[in-house]
Write a protein that binds this ligand. Structure first.
Ligand code: ADP
Ligand code: MG
Length: 602
Protein backbone atom coordinates (compact mmCIF):
# COMPACT_ATOMS: atom_id res chain seq x y z
CA UNK A 1 0.00 0.00 0.00
CA UNK A 2 1.22 3.44 -0.85
CA UNK A 3 2.00 5.93 1.94
CA UNK A 4 -0.44 8.76 1.90
CA UNK A 5 0.96 11.26 4.41
CA UNK A 6 2.99 14.14 3.01
CA UNK A 7 4.09 17.55 4.22
CA UNK A 8 2.05 20.54 3.13
CA UNK A 9 3.94 22.99 0.96
CA UNK A 10 4.99 26.05 3.02
CA UNK A 11 2.69 28.36 1.10
CA UNK A 12 -0.34 26.27 2.01
CA UNK A 13 0.75 25.86 5.64
CA UNK A 14 1.27 29.60 5.85
CA UNK A 15 -2.13 30.28 4.38
CA UNK A 16 -3.79 28.06 6.93
CA UNK A 17 -1.85 29.59 9.79
CA UNK A 18 -2.58 33.04 8.44
CA UNK A 19 -6.25 32.42 9.00
CA UNK A 20 -5.53 32.39 12.69
CA UNK A 21 -3.40 35.51 12.87
CA UNK A 22 -4.93 37.62 10.13
CA UNK A 23 -8.69 37.56 10.24
CA UNK A 24 -9.41 40.95 8.76
CA UNK A 25 -7.58 44.09 7.68
CA UNK A 26 -7.57 45.31 11.28
CA UNK A 27 -5.47 42.33 12.38
CA UNK A 28 -2.83 43.18 9.80
CA UNK A 29 -2.88 46.80 10.92
CA UNK A 30 -2.33 45.73 14.50
CA UNK A 31 0.63 43.52 13.60
CA UNK A 32 2.32 46.18 11.51
CA UNK A 33 1.82 48.94 14.06
CA UNK A 34 3.17 46.71 16.80
CA UNK A 35 6.21 45.85 14.76
CA UNK A 36 6.90 49.54 14.27
CA UNK A 37 6.59 50.19 18.01
CA UNK A 38 8.92 47.26 18.70
CA UNK A 39 11.37 48.75 16.21
CA UNK A 40 11.53 51.89 18.36
CA UNK A 41 9.70 54.16 15.92
CA UNK A 42 9.00 57.72 17.08
CA UNK A 43 6.71 58.51 14.19
CA UNK A 44 4.33 56.10 12.52
CA UNK A 45 2.07 56.78 9.56
CA UNK A 46 -0.79 54.46 8.74
CA UNK A 47 -2.36 54.68 5.32
CA UNK A 48 -5.47 52.72 4.47
CA UNK A 49 -7.63 52.51 1.38
CA UNK A 50 -11.08 50.98 1.22
CA UNK A 51 -11.00 49.83 4.80
CA UNK A 52 -7.61 48.23 4.23
CA UNK A 53 -9.00 45.90 1.59
CA UNK A 54 -6.94 47.43 -1.20
CA UNK A 55 -4.12 49.00 0.79
CA UNK A 56 -2.64 48.99 4.25
CA UNK A 57 0.63 50.82 4.53
CA UNK A 58 2.69 51.51 7.63
CA UNK A 59 5.65 53.86 7.46
CA UNK A 60 7.95 54.07 10.45
CA UNK A 61 11.24 55.68 11.42
CA UNK A 62 12.38 52.73 13.53
CA UNK A 63 15.65 50.81 13.46
CA UNK A 64 15.01 49.14 10.10
CA UNK A 65 16.44 45.80 9.01
CA UNK A 66 19.58 44.53 7.35
CA UNK A 67 19.27 42.87 3.96
CA UNK A 68 19.37 39.38 5.49
CA UNK A 69 16.94 40.24 8.27
CA UNK A 70 14.55 41.68 5.72
CA UNK A 71 14.42 38.29 3.98
CA UNK A 72 14.34 36.37 7.25
CA UNK A 73 11.47 38.43 8.63
CA UNK A 74 9.03 36.61 6.33
CA UNK A 75 9.99 33.16 7.54
CA UNK A 76 7.60 31.51 9.95
CA UNK A 77 8.85 31.62 13.54
CA UNK A 78 11.43 34.15 12.52
CA UNK A 79 11.73 36.72 15.27
CA UNK A 80 14.38 38.92 16.78
CA UNK A 81 12.44 39.19 20.00
CA UNK A 82 12.53 35.80 21.64
CA UNK A 83 15.51 33.53 21.94
CA UNK A 84 14.45 30.88 24.41
CA UNK A 85 11.33 29.69 26.17
CA UNK A 86 12.44 31.48 29.33
CA UNK A 87 12.06 34.81 27.57
CA UNK A 88 8.35 34.08 27.35
CA UNK A 89 7.99 35.10 30.96
CA UNK A 90 9.51 38.48 30.49
CA UNK A 91 8.24 39.88 27.28
CA UNK A 92 8.67 43.56 26.71
CA UNK A 93 7.88 43.64 23.04
CA UNK A 94 4.48 43.52 21.37
CA UNK A 95 5.28 40.64 19.08
CA UNK A 96 7.35 37.58 19.82
CA UNK A 97 5.89 34.74 17.81
CA UNK A 98 7.52 35.61 14.55
CA UNK A 99 4.39 34.73 12.65
CA UNK A 100 2.80 37.94 11.56
CA UNK A 101 4.86 38.79 8.50
CA UNK A 102 4.89 35.20 7.23
CA UNK A 103 1.12 35.08 7.64
CA UNK A 104 0.46 38.41 5.98
CA UNK A 105 2.76 37.58 3.07
CA UNK A 106 0.85 34.33 2.55
CA UNK A 107 -2.45 36.06 1.93
CA UNK A 108 -1.58 39.36 0.26
CA UNK A 109 0.75 41.18 -2.09
CA UNK A 110 3.30 42.74 0.19
CA UNK A 111 6.15 45.10 -0.33
CA UNK A 112 8.80 45.83 2.27
CA UNK A 113 11.24 48.73 2.10
CA UNK A 114 13.69 49.01 4.92
CA UNK A 115 17.02 50.55 5.84
CA UNK A 116 19.13 50.77 8.96
CA UNK A 117 20.82 53.97 10.03
CA UNK A 118 24.32 52.59 9.38
CA UNK A 119 23.55 51.38 5.84
CA UNK A 120 23.72 53.58 2.76
CA UNK A 121 21.33 51.51 0.75
CA UNK A 122 18.20 49.80 1.89
CA UNK A 123 16.36 46.67 0.79
CA UNK A 124 13.13 46.26 -1.10
CA UNK A 125 11.37 42.93 -1.13
CA UNK A 126 8.13 41.98 -2.86
CA UNK A 127 6.22 38.83 -1.98
CA UNK A 128 2.85 37.72 -3.35
CA UNK A 129 1.11 34.85 -1.64
CA UNK A 130 4.39 33.60 -0.13
CA UNK A 131 6.11 33.79 -3.54
CA UNK A 132 9.16 36.02 -3.76
CA UNK A 133 8.57 38.45 -6.61
CA UNK A 134 11.72 40.46 -6.37
CA UNK A 135 14.44 41.83 -4.13
CA UNK A 136 16.49 45.00 -4.79
CA UNK A 137 18.87 47.38 -3.15
CA UNK A 138 17.20 50.79 -3.06
CA UNK A 139 17.73 54.29 -1.77
CA UNK A 140 15.31 54.90 1.06
CA UNK A 141 14.99 56.63 4.45
CA UNK A 142 16.04 54.92 7.65
CA UNK A 143 13.11 52.92 8.94
CA UNK A 144 10.60 50.55 7.45
CA UNK A 145 7.67 50.91 5.06
CA UNK A 146 5.43 47.94 4.80
CA UNK A 147 2.64 47.84 2.20
CA UNK A 148 -0.08 45.23 2.05
CA UNK A 149 -2.08 45.26 -1.15
CA UNK A 150 -5.22 43.29 -1.89
CA UNK A 151 -5.48 41.34 1.30
CA UNK A 152 -6.86 37.82 0.77
CA UNK A 153 -6.44 38.21 -3.01
CA UNK A 154 -5.71 34.49 -3.18
CA UNK A 155 -8.46 33.39 -0.80
CA UNK A 156 -11.69 34.70 -2.34
CA UNK A 157 -13.81 33.04 0.34
CA UNK A 158 -12.04 35.02 3.03
CA UNK A 159 -12.27 38.22 1.05
CA UNK A 160 -15.99 37.82 0.51
CA UNK A 161 -16.40 37.16 4.17
CA UNK A 162 -15.20 40.67 5.06
CA UNK A 163 -17.80 43.13 6.32
CA UNK A 164 -18.71 46.50 4.80
CA UNK A 165 -15.99 49.13 4.51
CA UNK A 166 -17.60 51.02 7.34
CA UNK A 167 -17.41 48.08 9.71
CA UNK A 168 -13.89 47.08 8.71
CA UNK A 169 -12.69 50.68 9.07
CA UNK A 170 -14.17 50.74 12.55
CA UNK A 171 -12.15 47.66 13.45
CA UNK A 172 -9.02 49.30 12.13
CA UNK A 173 -9.69 52.47 14.09
CA UNK A 174 -10.13 50.45 17.25
CA UNK A 175 -6.69 48.86 16.80
CA UNK A 176 -5.27 52.27 16.04
CA UNK A 177 -6.77 53.77 19.23
CA UNK A 178 -5.39 50.99 21.38
CA UNK A 179 -1.87 51.39 20.11
CA UNK A 180 -1.95 55.17 19.99
CA UNK A 181 -3.22 55.29 23.59
CA UNK A 182 -0.52 52.96 24.83
CA UNK A 183 2.18 55.09 23.17
CA UNK A 184 1.52 58.80 23.61
CA UNK A 185 5.25 59.41 23.21
CA UNK A 186 5.06 58.27 19.59
CA UNK A 187 3.46 60.51 16.99
CA UNK A 188 0.90 58.98 14.67
CA UNK A 189 -0.72 59.98 11.42
CA UNK A 190 -3.67 58.16 9.96
CA UNK A 191 -4.64 58.67 6.33
CA UNK A 192 -7.87 57.08 5.26
CA UNK A 193 -8.76 57.11 1.54
CA UNK A 194 -6.32 59.98 0.93
CA UNK A 195 -7.80 62.11 3.73
CA UNK A 196 -5.91 62.77 6.94
CA UNK A 197 -8.03 61.51 9.82
CA UNK A 198 -5.58 61.89 12.67
CA UNK A 199 -2.37 63.75 13.26
CA UNK A 200 -1.31 62.99 16.80
CA UNK A 201 1.76 64.77 18.08
CA UNK A 202 3.69 63.10 20.81
CA UNK A 203 2.58 64.23 24.26
CA UNK A 204 1.08 62.92 27.47
CA UNK A 205 -1.80 60.52 27.84
CA UNK A 206 -4.36 63.25 28.37
CA UNK A 207 -3.33 64.97 25.16
CA UNK A 208 -3.48 61.67 23.36
CA UNK A 209 -7.01 60.98 24.57
CA UNK A 210 -8.04 64.46 23.44
CA UNK A 211 -6.35 63.94 20.10
CA UNK A 212 -8.25 60.73 19.52
CA UNK A 213 -11.63 61.42 21.06
CA UNK A 214 -11.96 65.20 20.97
CA UNK A 215 -10.93 68.23 22.96
CA UNK A 216 -14.04 67.98 25.08
CA UNK A 217 -12.14 65.33 27.05
CA UNK A 218 -10.15 68.16 28.56
CA UNK A 219 -13.08 68.60 30.96
CA UNK A 220 -14.12 65.00 31.23
CA UNK A 221 -11.11 63.21 32.63
CA UNK A 222 -10.23 62.43 36.22
CA UNK A 223 -6.71 61.18 36.87
CA UNK A 224 -6.16 57.86 38.61
CA UNK A 225 -2.96 57.10 40.44
CA UNK A 226 -2.47 54.23 42.79
CA UNK A 227 0.77 52.58 43.78
CA UNK A 228 0.77 49.32 45.62
CA UNK A 229 3.24 46.51 46.00
CA UNK A 230 1.15 44.30 43.72
CA UNK A 231 0.29 46.67 40.94
CA UNK A 232 0.37 50.31 39.96
CA UNK A 233 -2.61 51.90 38.34
CA UNK A 234 -2.44 55.11 36.37
CA UNK A 235 -4.50 56.80 33.72
CA UNK A 236 -7.87 58.48 33.59
CA UNK A 237 -11.49 57.77 34.18
CA UNK A 238 -14.28 59.69 32.53
CA UNK A 239 -16.31 61.77 35.00
CA UNK A 240 -19.50 60.00 36.02
CA UNK A 241 -21.75 62.58 34.42
CA UNK A 242 -20.30 61.73 31.01
CA UNK A 243 -20.85 58.01 31.28
CA UNK A 244 -22.52 56.70 28.15
CA UNK A 245 -25.43 54.38 27.61
CA UNK A 246 -23.38 52.20 25.34
CA UNK A 247 -19.92 50.80 25.59
CA UNK A 248 -17.54 53.43 24.33
CA UNK A 249 -14.15 54.34 25.72
CA UNK A 250 -13.18 51.38 27.86
CA UNK A 251 -9.46 50.79 27.70
CA UNK A 252 -7.35 48.63 29.97
CA UNK A 253 -3.67 48.18 29.36
CA UNK A 254 -1.66 45.68 31.31
CA UNK A 255 2.03 46.36 31.07
CA UNK A 256 1.13 48.65 28.22
CA UNK A 257 -0.65 45.96 26.25
CA UNK A 258 -4.36 46.40 25.56
CA UNK A 259 -6.54 43.80 27.21
CA UNK A 260 -10.22 43.08 27.53
CA UNK A 261 -11.54 42.01 30.89
CA UNK A 262 -15.11 41.90 32.05
CA UNK A 263 -13.86 41.19 35.52
CA UNK A 264 -11.79 44.36 35.70
CA UNK A 265 -14.54 46.30 33.98
CA UNK A 266 -16.78 45.27 36.80
CA UNK A 267 -14.24 46.50 39.32
CA UNK A 268 -14.18 49.94 37.73
CA UNK A 269 -17.91 50.07 37.36
CA UNK A 270 -18.35 49.19 41.01
CA UNK A 271 -15.80 51.82 41.99
CA UNK A 272 -18.21 54.37 40.58
CA UNK A 273 -20.81 52.92 42.90
CA UNK A 274 -24.05 54.81 42.47
CA UNK A 275 -22.45 57.82 40.82
CA UNK A 276 -23.55 56.63 37.43
CA UNK A 277 -26.94 55.35 36.46
CA UNK A 278 -27.15 51.60 36.37
CA UNK A 279 -27.66 51.39 32.66
CA UNK A 280 -24.66 53.60 31.91
CA UNK A 281 -21.15 52.41 31.32
CA UNK A 282 -18.11 54.03 32.87
CA UNK A 283 -15.39 55.29 30.53
CA UNK A 284 -11.73 54.78 31.31
CA UNK A 285 -8.17 54.69 30.04
CA UNK A 286 -6.33 52.71 32.68
CA UNK A 287 -2.84 51.35 32.78
CA UNK A 288 -2.04 48.52 35.13
CA UNK A 289 1.61 47.78 35.65
CA UNK A 290 2.70 44.65 37.44
CA UNK A 291 5.35 42.00 37.54
CA UNK A 292 5.06 40.07 34.25
CA UNK A 293 5.62 36.85 36.15
CA UNK A 294 2.24 37.32 37.85
CA UNK A 295 0.28 37.28 34.61
CA UNK A 296 -0.29 34.53 32.15
CA UNK A 297 1.17 35.67 28.88
CA UNK A 298 -1.49 35.01 26.34
CA UNK A 299 -0.20 32.72 23.72
CA UNK A 300 -3.11 32.92 21.39
CA UNK A 301 -2.14 35.41 18.70
CA UNK A 302 -5.30 37.43 18.55
CA UNK A 303 -6.72 37.08 22.01
CA UNK A 304 -6.76 40.11 24.21
CA UNK A 305 -7.73 38.33 27.39
CA UNK A 306 -5.27 37.81 30.16
CA UNK A 307 -5.02 35.85 33.40
CA UNK A 308 -3.75 37.34 36.64
CA UNK A 309 -2.42 35.07 39.33
CA UNK A 310 -3.88 37.40 41.93
CA UNK A 311 -7.10 38.43 40.30
CA UNK A 312 -8.96 39.40 43.45
CA UNK A 313 -6.23 41.71 44.65
CA UNK A 314 -6.15 43.49 41.30
CA UNK A 315 -9.91 43.82 41.47
CA UNK A 316 -9.90 45.53 44.81
CA UNK A 317 -6.91 47.73 44.06
CA UNK A 318 -8.61 48.88 40.91
CA UNK A 319 -11.88 49.50 42.64
CA UNK A 320 -10.34 51.56 45.42
CA UNK A 321 -8.21 53.54 43.02
CA UNK A 322 -11.39 54.59 41.23
CA UNK A 323 -13.04 55.59 44.48
CA UNK A 324 -9.99 57.55 45.52
CA UNK A 325 -9.84 59.34 42.20
CA UNK A 326 -13.51 60.25 42.34
CA UNK A 327 -13.20 61.43 45.90
CA UNK A 328 -10.38 63.78 45.07
CA UNK A 329 -11.97 65.02 41.90
CA UNK A 330 -15.27 65.98 43.38
CA UNK A 331 -13.86 68.28 45.91
CA UNK A 332 -11.28 69.86 43.72
CA UNK A 333 -12.83 70.03 40.30
CA UNK A 334 -11.01 73.22 39.45
CA UNK A 335 -7.55 71.83 40.02
CA UNK A 336 -5.56 71.04 36.98
CA UNK A 337 -5.10 67.32 36.83
CA UNK A 338 -1.50 67.59 35.95
CA UNK A 339 -0.71 69.62 39.02
CA UNK A 340 0.38 67.55 41.95
CA UNK A 341 -2.14 67.84 44.74
CA UNK A 342 -0.92 67.92 48.29
CA UNK A 343 -2.57 64.64 49.10
CA UNK A 344 -0.42 62.36 51.09
CA UNK A 345 -2.50 59.42 52.04
CA UNK A 346 -0.81 56.43 53.58
CA UNK A 347 -0.97 53.45 51.31
CA UNK A 348 -2.75 50.35 52.39
CA UNK A 349 -0.63 47.28 52.80
CA UNK A 350 -1.21 45.31 49.68
CA UNK A 351 1.37 42.71 50.38
CA UNK A 352 -1.55 40.69 51.67
CA UNK A 353 -4.75 40.15 49.77
CA UNK A 354 -6.84 43.21 50.55
CA UNK A 355 -9.85 42.63 52.69
CA UNK A 356 -13.05 44.58 52.69
CA UNK A 357 -12.85 47.66 54.88
CA UNK A 358 -12.83 46.77 58.55
CA UNK A 359 -15.80 47.58 60.67
CA UNK A 360 -16.05 51.29 61.06
CA UNK A 361 -18.75 51.50 63.61
CA UNK A 362 -18.27 52.63 67.13
CA UNK A 363 -20.90 50.51 68.84
CA UNK A 364 -21.06 52.87 71.80
CA UNK A 365 -22.07 55.71 69.61
CA UNK A 366 -25.67 56.62 69.46
CA UNK A 367 -26.25 59.61 67.27
CA UNK A 368 -29.86 59.90 68.22
CA UNK A 369 -30.25 59.16 71.90
CA UNK A 370 -33.85 59.55 70.99
CA UNK A 371 -35.39 62.94 71.42
CA UNK A 372 -33.66 63.58 74.71
CA UNK A 373 -30.39 64.54 73.13
CA UNK A 374 -29.36 66.60 70.23
CA UNK A 375 -29.57 64.99 66.88
CA UNK A 376 -25.89 64.78 66.28
CA UNK A 377 -24.31 64.64 69.67
CA UNK A 378 -20.79 66.00 70.03
CA UNK A 379 -18.74 62.87 70.37
CA UNK A 380 -15.63 61.57 68.80
CA UNK A 381 -16.15 60.54 65.23
CA UNK A 382 -18.27 57.45 65.05
CA UNK A 383 -16.18 55.70 62.50
CA UNK A 384 -12.88 54.12 62.94
CA UNK A 385 -10.99 55.95 60.32
CA UNK A 386 -10.60 53.63 57.47
CA UNK A 387 -7.71 52.71 55.32
CA UNK A 388 -8.05 55.34 52.68
CA UNK A 389 -9.57 58.14 54.61
CA UNK A 390 -7.12 57.79 57.38
CA UNK A 391 -7.09 61.50 57.95
CA UNK A 392 -8.42 62.94 61.11
CA UNK A 393 -8.46 66.44 59.73
CA UNK A 394 -10.09 66.09 56.40
CA UNK A 395 -9.30 69.72 55.64
CA UNK A 396 -5.68 68.75 55.22
CA UNK A 397 -6.80 67.22 52.00
CA UNK A 398 -6.91 70.63 50.44
CA UNK A 399 -4.48 72.57 52.43
CA UNK A 400 -0.85 73.30 52.41
CA UNK A 401 1.54 70.44 52.77
CA UNK A 402 3.70 72.55 54.93
CA UNK A 403 2.84 71.92 58.54
CA UNK A 404 4.34 75.09 59.92
CA UNK A 405 2.52 77.18 57.42
CA UNK A 406 -0.66 75.42 58.29
CA UNK A 407 -0.19 76.06 62.00
CA UNK A 408 0.45 79.70 61.32
CA UNK A 409 -2.74 79.89 59.28
CA UNK A 410 -4.65 78.29 62.10
CA UNK A 411 -3.29 80.76 64.61
CA UNK A 412 -4.28 83.71 62.55
CA UNK A 413 -7.65 82.25 61.83
CA UNK A 414 -8.49 81.27 65.38
CA UNK A 415 -10.71 81.66 67.17
CA UNK A 416 -13.14 81.48 64.34
CA UNK A 417 -16.40 79.76 63.63
CA UNK A 418 -15.82 76.85 61.36
CA UNK A 419 -19.41 76.05 60.49
CA UNK A 420 -22.55 77.97 59.76
CA UNK A 421 -25.96 76.53 59.35
CA UNK A 422 -28.02 78.04 56.59
CA UNK A 423 -31.82 77.80 56.37
CA UNK A 424 -31.61 75.07 59.01
CA UNK A 425 -30.57 72.61 56.35
CA UNK A 426 -27.17 73.45 54.89
CA UNK A 427 -23.81 73.50 56.57
CA UNK A 428 -21.45 76.11 55.22
CA UNK A 429 -17.75 75.74 55.79
CA UNK A 430 -14.55 76.52 54.00
CA UNK A 431 -11.22 75.03 53.22
CA UNK A 432 -8.21 76.96 52.11
CA UNK A 433 -9.37 77.14 48.53
CA UNK A 434 -13.00 76.31 48.57
CA UNK A 435 -16.33 77.26 49.97
CA UNK A 436 -18.34 74.15 50.78
CA UNK A 437 -22.10 73.83 51.12
CA UNK A 438 -23.20 70.54 52.60
CA UNK A 439 -26.78 69.33 52.79
CA UNK A 440 -27.16 68.05 56.33
CA UNK A 441 -29.83 65.49 55.55
CA UNK A 442 -28.10 64.07 52.50
CA UNK A 443 -24.77 64.01 54.33
CA UNK A 444 -26.28 62.02 57.14
CA UNK A 445 -27.92 59.72 54.65
CA UNK A 446 -24.54 58.93 53.14
CA UNK A 447 -22.95 58.33 56.53
CA UNK A 448 -25.70 56.00 57.65
CA UNK A 449 -25.80 54.20 54.31
CA UNK A 450 -22.16 53.23 54.52
CA UNK A 451 -22.55 52.25 58.15
CA UNK A 452 -25.54 50.02 57.45
CA UNK A 453 -23.91 48.48 54.43
CA UNK A 454 -21.02 47.51 56.62
CA UNK A 455 -23.21 46.07 59.27
CA UNK A 456 -24.94 43.99 56.65
CA UNK A 457 -21.70 42.78 55.15
CA UNK A 458 -20.14 41.93 58.47
CA UNK A 459 -23.28 41.06 60.35
CA UNK A 460 -22.16 43.45 63.01
CA UNK A 461 -25.09 45.68 63.83
CA UNK A 462 -25.66 46.56 67.43
CA UNK A 463 -29.02 46.52 69.02
CA UNK A 464 -30.43 48.61 71.79
CA UNK A 465 -32.31 46.25 74.08
CA UNK A 466 -35.78 47.27 75.07
CA UNK A 467 -37.22 46.88 78.55
CA UNK A 468 -40.43 45.44 77.23
CA UNK A 469 -40.70 43.94 73.79
CA UNK A 470 -43.30 45.57 71.59
CA UNK A 471 -45.45 43.67 69.17
CA UNK A 472 -46.42 44.91 65.75
CA UNK A 473 -48.93 43.54 63.27
CA UNK A 474 -47.88 43.88 59.66
CA UNK A 475 -50.07 43.41 56.61
CA UNK A 476 -49.67 39.86 55.31
CA UNK A 477 -47.57 40.81 52.30
CA UNK A 478 -45.16 42.83 54.37
CA UNK A 479 -44.98 40.15 56.98
CA UNK A 480 -43.95 37.68 54.30
CA UNK A 481 -41.03 39.82 53.22
CA UNK A 482 -40.02 40.53 56.79
CA UNK A 483 -39.48 36.82 57.29
CA UNK A 484 -37.49 36.70 54.09
CA UNK A 485 -35.11 39.46 55.17
CA UNK A 486 -34.96 38.47 58.82
CA UNK A 487 -31.20 37.80 58.87
CA UNK A 488 -30.55 41.20 57.31
CA UNK A 489 -32.79 42.92 59.78
CA UNK A 490 -30.90 41.35 62.61
CA UNK A 491 -27.59 42.43 61.03
CA UNK A 492 -28.99 45.94 61.06
CA UNK A 493 -29.73 45.75 64.77
CA UNK A 494 -33.35 44.67 64.88
CA UNK A 495 -34.07 42.10 67.57
CA UNK A 496 -37.15 40.63 65.99
CA UNK A 497 -39.12 37.44 66.38
CA UNK A 498 -42.30 36.04 64.93
CA UNK A 499 -45.18 35.74 67.37
CA UNK A 500 -47.47 33.79 65.10
CA UNK A 501 -49.08 34.81 61.82
CA UNK A 502 -48.27 38.41 60.97
CA UNK A 503 -47.42 39.48 64.46
CA UNK A 504 -43.84 40.32 65.23
CA UNK A 505 -42.17 41.16 68.51
CA UNK A 506 -39.26 43.56 68.81
CA UNK A 507 -36.91 43.15 71.73
CA UNK A 508 -34.12 45.34 70.39
CA UNK A 509 -33.82 48.19 67.91
CA UNK A 510 -30.98 49.79 65.99
CA UNK A 511 -29.58 52.57 68.17
CA UNK A 512 -31.33 55.79 67.40
CA UNK A 513 -34.58 54.32 66.24
CA UNK A 514 -37.52 55.08 68.46
CA UNK A 515 -40.19 52.51 69.21
CA UNK A 516 -42.91 54.67 67.78
CA UNK A 517 -41.24 54.67 64.40
CA UNK A 518 -40.46 51.00 63.95
CA UNK A 519 -43.59 50.02 62.14
CA UNK A 520 -43.51 52.93 59.75
CA UNK A 521 -39.81 52.43 59.01
CA UNK A 522 -40.10 48.72 58.35
CA UNK A 523 -43.11 49.07 56.12
CA UNK A 524 -41.33 51.73 54.14
CA UNK A 525 -38.19 49.60 53.88
CA UNK A 526 -40.13 46.60 52.67
CA UNK A 527 -41.96 48.64 50.06
CA UNK A 528 -38.75 50.12 48.72
CA UNK A 529 -37.16 46.70 48.83
CA UNK A 530 -39.99 45.36 46.69
CA UNK A 531 -39.70 48.20 44.22
CA UNK A 532 -35.98 47.89 43.81
CA UNK A 533 -36.30 44.16 43.35
CA UNK A 534 -37.74 44.90 39.93
CA UNK A 535 -34.52 46.55 38.86
CA UNK A 536 -31.96 44.68 36.87
CA UNK A 537 -29.01 45.18 39.12
CA UNK A 538 -30.85 44.64 42.34
CA UNK A 539 -28.79 44.28 45.48
CA UNK A 540 -30.68 43.36 48.61
CA UNK A 541 -28.19 44.90 50.97
CA UNK A 542 -27.96 48.11 49.00
CA UNK A 543 -31.67 48.52 48.98
CA UNK A 544 -32.09 47.88 52.70
CA UNK A 545 -29.20 50.12 53.71
CA UNK A 546 -30.44 52.81 51.39
CA UNK A 547 -33.97 53.00 52.62
CA UNK A 548 -33.00 52.72 56.25
CA UNK A 549 -30.46 55.51 55.84
CA UNK A 550 -33.01 57.67 54.13
CA UNK A 551 -35.57 57.10 56.80
CA UNK A 552 -33.29 57.54 59.76
CA UNK A 553 -31.29 60.54 58.60
CA UNK A 554 -31.69 63.87 60.35
CA UNK A 555 -33.90 66.08 58.32
CA UNK A 556 -33.76 69.67 57.16
CA UNK A 557 -35.29 72.02 59.67
CA UNK A 558 -33.18 70.64 62.49
CA UNK A 559 -30.95 73.11 64.28
CA UNK A 560 -27.40 71.86 64.64
CA UNK A 561 -24.76 73.13 67.05
CA UNK A 562 -21.20 73.84 65.94
CA UNK A 563 -20.05 70.55 67.41
CA UNK A 564 -22.80 68.62 65.76
CA UNK A 565 -21.96 70.16 62.43
CA UNK A 566 -18.27 69.43 62.97
CA UNK A 567 -18.97 65.80 63.76
CA UNK A 568 -21.26 65.41 60.82
CA UNK A 569 -18.71 66.87 58.45
CA UNK A 570 -15.91 64.74 59.87
CA UNK A 571 -17.98 61.61 59.59
CA UNK A 572 -18.96 62.53 56.08
CA UNK A 573 -15.36 62.83 55.01
CA UNK A 574 -14.56 59.52 56.61
CA UNK A 575 -17.00 57.97 54.17
CA UNK A 576 -15.87 56.11 51.15
CA UNK A 577 -17.95 58.25 48.80
CA UNK A 578 -18.73 61.49 50.62
CA UNK A 579 -19.86 63.47 47.64
CA UNK A 580 -23.00 61.71 46.59
CA UNK A 581 -25.93 60.04 48.27
CA UNK A 582 -26.46 56.37 47.53
CA UNK A 583 -28.97 57.40 44.90
CA UNK A 584 -26.58 59.85 43.28
CA UNK A 585 -27.68 63.22 44.63
CA UNK A 586 -24.83 65.60 45.36
CA UNK A 587 -24.13 66.01 49.08
CA UNK A 588 -21.55 68.74 48.77
CA UNK A 589 -21.48 71.74 46.49
CA UNK A 590 -18.22 73.61 46.33
CA UNK A 591 -17.05 76.89 44.92
CA UNK A 592 -13.51 77.98 44.36
CA UNK A 593 -12.38 81.59 44.30
CA UNK A 594 -12.52 81.72 40.54
CA UNK A 595 -16.15 80.65 40.44
CA UNK A 596 -17.08 83.19 43.09
CA UNK A 597 -15.16 85.90 41.26
CA UNK A 598 -17.18 85.13 38.18
CA UNK A 599 -20.41 85.63 40.07
CA UNK A 600 -19.22 89.15 40.76
CA UNK A 601 -18.35 89.59 37.11
CA UNK A 602 -14.71 90.13 37.97
P1 ADP B 1 7.46 39.20 15.74
O1 ADP B 1 7.01 40.61 15.79
O2 ADP B 1 6.60 38.29 16.54
O3 ADP B 1 8.91 39.03 16.02
P2 ADP B 1 6.87 39.43 12.94
O4 ADP B 1 6.55 38.43 11.90
O5 ADP B 1 5.85 40.46 13.21
O6 ADP B 1 7.23 38.65 14.26
O7 ADP B 1 8.22 40.14 12.56
C1 ADP B 1 9.39 39.36 12.34
C2 ADP B 1 10.64 40.14 12.59
O8 ADP B 1 10.78 41.15 11.60
C3 ADP B 1 10.65 40.91 13.89
O9 ADP B 1 11.08 40.11 14.98
C4 ADP B 1 11.60 42.06 13.60
O10 ADP B 1 12.92 41.67 13.82
C5 ADP B 1 11.40 42.29 12.11
N1 ADP B 1 10.52 43.44 11.85
C6 ADP B 1 9.21 43.39 11.53
N2 ADP B 1 8.70 44.63 11.33
C7 ADP B 1 9.73 45.50 11.54
C8 ADP B 1 9.84 46.94 11.49
N3 ADP B 1 8.79 47.73 11.21
N4 ADP B 1 11.05 47.49 11.74
C9 ADP B 1 12.12 46.69 12.03
N5 ADP B 1 12.07 45.34 12.10
C10 ADP B 1 10.90 44.74 11.85
MG1 MG C 1 5.23 41.34 15.09
Amino acid sequence: MQDIIHLLPDSVANQIAAGEVIQRPASAVKELLENSIDAGAKKITLVIKEAGKTLIQVIDDGIGMSETDARMSFERHATSKLKSADDLFNINTKGFRGEALASIAAVAQVELKTKREQDTLGTKIEIWGSQLKGQDLIATETGTTFSIKNLFFNIPARRNFLKSNQVETQHILEEFYRIALAHPDVSFVLINNDAEMFRLEKGNLKQRVMGLFGNSYQEKLVPVNEETSIANITGFIVKPEFAKKTRGEQYFFVNNRFIKSNYLHHAVQSGFESLIARENVAGYFLFITLNPATIDVNIHPTKTEIKFSDEKAIYSILRSSIKMALGKHNITPSLDFDVETSLNIPLPDYSKIPEPPKIRVNPQYNPFKVETEKAYAPQKSMFDLRQFNNISNWETLYESENKEEKEKEDKIANPERRYFQLFQKYIITKTKNQLLMIDQQLAHERILFERFLNQLALNSGTSQQMMFPVTVDFPAKISEIVSEILPDLSALGFGIENFGQNTWAFSGLPPGLSESKVQELLEEMVREFQDSRQQVKFSKQNSLAQSMAKNMSIKGGKNLSDDEMGNLVNDLFACETPFYTPTGKPVIVNFDAETIDKLFKK
